[in-house]
Design a protein around this ligand. Sequence first.
Ligand code: SF4
Length: 151
Amino acid sequence: MISIKPHHFVDIITAFGDGCTRFEPHPYGHAVHRVAAEILADRDAMIRIEFGADDICGPCRHNIDGLCDDTIDTSFRPQAPKSKRQYNLLLDERWAERLGLRPGDELTARRFCLLLRDRAGDISDIYRENPAERTAQRHTKLQNGLAWFLA
Ligand code: SF4
């Protein structure tokens, strides 16, 4: 079972769509490389929806007793909260509402991707603090990642 924030899962599929299928360990020490490899190794791997610290956050240096103490770059999105924890929660709540998911829900990675394919729609509202051109690129990569993952 992989515990994961919705936007973290979306980020991994988006990276697949950008041609990245092998993640290097990150200086933060988080586990995105291991979680991405698990999802790649088994498209029916079980996922449990988490809004707090997930399996990626587990070994991260910014995970302080289950709370992320990192900040985000707001230079190109001044409306976004500086706190990564607050911004991540906004993204996770928006994605969960869009996909009809709640914390604690369990589904396969494939099922999550099918939900994304069928329900993601226009994602500009989910990433509303970001410049439109960045979100357009994100949308294209996400669609490419979904098509590749589900092929
Ligand atoms: S959300 Fe925070 S704690 Fe989790 S991986 Fe990212 S920086 Fe680390």
